[in-house]
Ligand binder design. Structure first.
Ligand SMILES: [Ca+2]
Length: 297
């Protein structure tokens, strides 16, 4: 008896709750119908206005509108109102979504643009680089391009077989110097012909900076003239100078150009040795920079 009564009471309670729920739903539906009549009109207008500017916006409205129209045809106000609300909220969401990617796309090109100026900066640095040192390196010299800062203006040539080139590997001033490599004889090195630059009978101050990077701790280099006359070719030494490895070293002296010369040049070498006595240090690569040639008197 007791369990049967409990069951009946439980069923009754459930029935009351279900009925109350149905009544509540019906009441809420009536309220929504009244409240949404204006909203529905607005949504219809929004969909109707979809031809104009807001194309993207309208696509979302049309997508949602497809289900809306079926809901309207069925006369299911409940579905219509909820789907209209969904459509409206989806419109807003889509607007938000469309606004979100927009700046994201704008940011991407900006990010792409960022490396561009970053690449331009080194280019800018590269462009003035040959000019800025040329302007900042002031060498008072009768020789053109005395600090080799204009890599396109090379008047020095090879004496013998070594390679002579302007390089940025080392520089006493500015960014460039003159490199001599691949020497096989003590007398091989860089030479510049100055017959058309310096006058006979005049005394000149001549100096260079020289650097080498091994193999010995010190090596002697000669700053020389090579002269030609009726008496033959001669090799007067302006200055013989010991240079320590890895240190730019000044080699300087004076030389008076004899009146009887027909040709004269300035060059750099290592003191002469017979071929069977040449050491690795005697044929070392070396760099020269800041070649000063000035008239003394
Ligand atoms: Ca230089």
């Amino acid at each position: 008896m007791t369990s049967q009564k409990r069951n009946i009471i439980l069923l009754a309670v459930v029935a009351v709750v279900v009925i109350a729920g149905i009544v509540l739903v019906l009441l809420l539906n009536n309220g929504n119908d009244n409240g949404n009549s204006v909203t529905t009109g607005i949504n219809v207008e929004d969909q109707g206005g979809s031809d104009s500017a807001n194309g993207a916006k309208d696509e979302g409205a049309k997508d949602e509108g497809a289900s809306n129209s079926s809901g309207n045809n069925a006369g299911n106000n409940n579905n219509q109102s909820s789907s209209n609300n969904n459509a409206k909220s989806d419109d807003v969401k889509e607007e938000e979504k469309k606004e979100e990617p927009a700046p994201a796309q704008q940011q991407e090109p900006e990010k792409k643009d960022e490396p561009a100026p970053a690449q331009q900066e080194p280019e800018k640095k590269d462009e003035p680089a040959p000019q800025a040192p040329a302007a900042s390196v002031q060498i008072d010299s009768l020789l053109p391009n005395p600090s080799f800062e204009d890599p396109s203006n090379l008047i020095w040539v090879s004496r013998g077989g070594p390679k002579v080139e302007i390089t940025s590997e080392e520089a006493h001033s500015g960014s460039y110097s003159l490199k001599t490599s691949g020497r096989t004889k003590t007398w091989e090195g860089p030479i510049v012909h100055v017959t058309d630059i310096l006058e006979k009978g005049k005394t000149y101050y001549v100096s260079i900076y020289l650097k080498y990077n091994g193999p010995s701790d010190a090596q002697t280099f000669n700053l020389q003239f090579e002269t030609d006359s009726a008496a033959g070719v001669q090799y007067p030494t302006v200055k013989s100078q010991e240079v320590k490895r890895g240190e730019w070293t000044l080699i300087e002296g004076e030389y008076t150009i004899p009146e009887d010369l027909t040709r004269y040049s300035i060059y750099v070498e290592v003191p002469w040795k017979a071929d069977d006595q040449i050491t690795e240090s005697d044929i070392v690569d070396f760099y020269i920079d800041d070649i000063v040639v000035k008239l003394v008197n």
